[in-house]
Write a protein that binds this ligand. Structure first.
Ligand code: GDD
Length: 409
């Protein structure tokens, strides 16, 4: 049997995701109309003999209760939220719940970061992992040499795929192959994590007894139960025939900012063409709006037949899109109203916001730039004929004049 664990983090993380994370835990923010964490969860459906899925985080249980119960029913696989009392790091969090995770005596454990967007080739990873025969297999991808330093960089043996060297976010270039934050382990991983924790305790004791101090200051102050998968496990165990790599040739992105969520929404909508075509709006029928490219529209949303929508548009529950409105590359959240002839391009429109007649809410669409996507927080009101360009607007603001390149606090 196999279990899957998804690390969802907690409220102190995800600050780069503001102002959207003020309303909703980042893992529940919708991409292509589904909560972010829904995409890795539905990828787990393809794992043979999957017994359970665990979400581990330090958000309040109540935030996940509704989602966890509805997805368990839908998938017919138990999905449970396990709450940490404090952050234990990616490996420490796993170790903290080892008894529950081992309940079904799984032979393998998948571990997924919730803030990555990819095709999650999980059955293929499992098959390769069995062939390699190590303790763990890491999903890796080749990225541009300039962007690699935002991730864990690694070197693998081209013939055997063994992980030879691993450095987390290095200052000088190591490799353009990076850690995708998707792993499969045998239960031996728990012994490896325990080893790090014990070693920390021993060193702390030794320091108390003598002036001996051989470890760097960054590691010295970490509590014994805080263990990071990357720095504390992968780096020291690289080159010891314990870890192997599986290279993805598909798409992969990390979702740290609202701008990236718009890009990832596009990637998941495109994937729906193959995995869930019923979720994409078709635009046929005389009463429906003109649809171009990949579009998701929640069944409760009301879109006027003269509106033009797409590509890369996701419209959430109870949104109302008026006559002649034009929507391109945007995420429209619950209860938003877009009035007649308004235009929204490269933007995220927060819950209960309203966009006035003939208004424009737009941005350059440079996903990596700070203001490359215009973001409106919850209950923002853009009055008629107002233009909002490359800006971020915090919740509950009313805009009655046009703004450009501004952060409205
Ligand atoms: N439950 C829980 N508890 N989750 C955590 C904790 C914790 O203490 N710490 C981190 N996470 C979750 C985050 O929410 C995220 O989904 C994932 O674990 C990884 O977060 P970080 O440890 O902050 O690392 P990162 O995202 O900057 O980088 C990691 O992922 C990259 C791929 O996206 C590293 O492993 C990189 O090497 C890797 O390239």
């Amino acid at each position: 049997r196999v279990v899957a664990v998804i690390m969802v983090g907690g409220p102190t993380k995800g600050t780069r995701f503001r102002p959207l994370s003020l309303n909703i835990p980042k893992p529940l923010f919708p991409l292509a109309g589904q909560p972010m964490v829904h995409h890795p969860i539905s990828a787990c459906k393809k794992i043979p003999n999957l017994a359970q899925i665990f979400l581990i985080g330090f958000y309040d249980e109540r935030e996940f209760a509704l989602y966890v119960s509805s997805i368990s029913n839908e998938l017919r696989v138990p999905v449970r939220y396990l709450r940490e009392d404090k952050p234990h790091g990616s490996a420490g969090g796993l170790y903290n719940f080892r008894d529950l995770i081992m309940e079904d005596s799984p032979s393998h454990i998948f571990l997924l970061n919730c803030d990555v967007c990819c095709s999650f080739p999980l059955p293929e990873m499992l098959e390769s992992h069995r062939r390699y025969g190590g303790m763990g297999t890491i999903l890796v991808i080749k990225v541009s040499a300039e962007s690699a330093n935002q991730f864990g960089e690694l070197v693998a043996d081209p013939a055997t795929n063994e992980l030879l060297h691993y450095t987390e976010k290095p200052e000088t270039f190591v490799s353009d192959r990076i850690n995708c934050g998707v792993y499969i382990f045998t239960p031996d991983i728990f012994t490896a994590i325990q080893g790090v924790s014990t070693q920390r305790k021993d060193r702390a004791n030794l320091r108390r007894l003598s002036s001996f101090d051989a470890i760097d200051s960054a590691t010295r102050n970490l509590p014994a139960d805080f263990v990071r998968l990357d720095q504390d496990i992968l780096s020291p165990l690289a080159g010891k025939k314990q870890f192997y790599t599986y290279e993805s040739m598909d798409f992969w992105e990390q979702i740290k900012t609202p701008g990236m969520s718009l890009k990832c929404s596009a990637l998941y909508l495109a994937q729906f063409r193959f995995t869930s075509p019923h979720l994409l709006a078709s635009g046929d029928g005389t009463k429906s709006a003109a649809i171009s490219g990949d579009v998701y529209i929640h069944p409760s949303a009301k879109v006027h037949p003269t509106a033009k929508i797409g590509p890369n548009v996701s419209i959430s529950a109870n949104a109302r899109i008026g006559a002649g409105a034009r929507l391109i590359s945007c995420i429209i959240l619950d209860d938003v109203e877009i009035k007649e002839n308004a235009v929204v391009i490269h933007a995220i429109v927060g819950w209960k916001s309203s966009i006035g007649r003939w208004s424009r809410v737009q941005a350059s669409g440079d996903y990596n730039a700070k203001l490359g996507v215009t973001i409106l927080g919850e209950s923002v009101s853009v009055e008629d004929e107002v233009v909002v360009v490359n800006s971020i607007v915090l919740p509950n603001k009313t805009l009655n004049v046009s703004v450009q390149e501004e952060i409205i606090l």
